[in-house]
Design a binder for this molecule. Structure first.
Ligand SMILES: Cc1cc2nc3c(=O)[nH]c(=O)nc-3n(C[C@H](O)[C@H](O)[C@H](O)COP(=O)(O)O)c2cc1C
Length: 375
């Protein structure tokens, strides 16, 4: 399917979460002294500063391809267990391989590893580089989930920040500096204390190429508002790029995160669900100071259909549809008739019927329409 045209700025925006950004008098990133289309991660040159955050269960190949097409400067895979990769049985090995595979249009792409043992993380990094040749290896030091913390992985590192340095060092050595090693963590474990600053010191000393920070504590999980203050304070101390993350849902949020913290790049997670075009909207706003205008309903449904087809092609009819349901629940939101559409499309197990019905809906929408035509 070809890329669909965007609707003009005068169209009605019916999406619940979208807020139109105010026009700015100057190009925001330029005014901050940050070229919008330049970003260096170690030796890797990226052509933007806005990244897709890794999200287990969401940022699979179908979604990453769309995020890259619509301007994400880099995408990152779902997290892969270093232990399963090195010590796993055939089953867990297959699962890890599936998670770390990507296609060429996704580049630049990072494979994200989690684990707590420097030796195993090093071995896993070397294996990933040898087998799939990613552009970056990212480390998950932020996952708040109990079963990950039990393996001393994810946000558990904030309890023992020096270990973050040992892990990065082992990975840099094992990969011979072939790819940048980046780190993603949280603002703290149970409080925003000194731990994240110790993580920063340890990982930059060990050779990490950037630090991304989700500005919540582990205990907050995904609740409450992200506290960007921690990003601002890390930026003041850092010698490596700081990537801010948390609660960016529109172009104006992106601008504010750059402006209020001075961070070098930003990462978008939930704001991209059902809206992989958000990167284009943000890039345009950051480059020009002008909002791009909302995409048409036809565009949105067209992208949902494209992702559904890709998901089926990669994962097969059953899993492809099942895994796409949560994405469809985001795409099919914020316009008249969406609820009914969700009820019909998200409860059917008949993959062919879902594709056929969504295709018919897509074809029935006139170009530029903001609401569904009545049947
Ligand atoms: C469903 C879901 C899965 C996630 N999986 C991962 C993951 O695998 N690795 C990781 O580093 N962060 C993961 N995160 C955290 C996000 O990358 C991001 O830090 C967080 O959602 C805050 O950013 P946001 O407000 O833009 O969503 C996940 C978040 C969500 C909502």
């Amino acid at each position: 399917m070809s890329v669909l045209p965007r609707e003009s700025k005068t169209s009605i925006d019916t999406s619940a979460k979208r807020v139109e950004a105010p026009e700015l008098s100057e190009a925001p990133l330029k005014a901050m002294g940050k070229p919008a289309r330049e970003f260096k991660l170690g030796n890797l040159n990226l052509n933007g500063r806005v990244f897709l955050a890794p999200m287990a269960g969401y940022t699979d190949t179908a979604f990453r391809r769309l995020a890259r097409r619509y301007g994400a400067a880099m995408v990152i895979t779902e997290m892969v267990s270093s232990r399963a990769l090195i010590n796993g049985n055939e089953n867990s090995n297959d699962k890890s391989k599936e998670l770390m595979e990507f296609t060429e249009p996704e580049r630049p792409v990072g494979v994200q590893l989690f684990g707590g043992d420097p030796g195993i993380m090093g071995e896993a990094a070397a294996r990933v580089v040898k087998e799939v040749h990613p552009d970056v290896i990212d480390i998950n030091f932020g996952c708040p989930v109990g079963k990950i913390l039990k393996c001393d992985a994810g946000a558990a590192i904030l309890k023992e920040p020096q270990r973050a340095g040992w892990i990065v060092k082992a990975m840099v050595e094992a990969t011979g500096g072939k790819v940048p090693i980046t780190v993603k963590t949280r603002g703290g474990y149970d409080a925003m204390d000194n731990a994240v600053f110790e993580v920063l010191e340890a990982v930059q000393e060990a050779g990490a190429s950037a630090l991304a920070v989700h500005a919540r504590t582990r205990n907050q999980m995904f609740e409450g508002k992200a506290n960007w203050e921690v990003i601002k304070n890390l930026k003041k101390k850092a010698q490596i790029p700081i990537i801010g993350n948390g609660d960016v849902k529109c172009a104006e949020d992106a601008y504010k995160l750059f402006n209020e913290t001075g961070c070098d790049g930003i990462m978008i997670g939930r704001g991209s669900m059902g809206a992989p075009w958000i990167f284009e909207e943000i890039n345009h706003y950051l480059e020009t100071g002008k909002p791009l205008g909302p995409p048409s309903l036809k565009f949105k449904i067209g992208i949902a259909l494209e992702q559904l087809k890709c998901s089926i092609e990669v994962k097969g009819p059953r899993m492809g549809l099942l895994e796409m349901r949560k994405h469809l629940s985001h795409y099919l939101k914020g316009f008249e008739g969406a609820r009914d559409m969700r009820q019909r499309l998200l409860t059917s197990d008949d993959t062919d019927w879902v594709v056929k019905t969504l295709t018919e809906i897509f074809e029935s929408i006139p170009d530029g329409a903001a609401v569904l035509p009545q049947a």
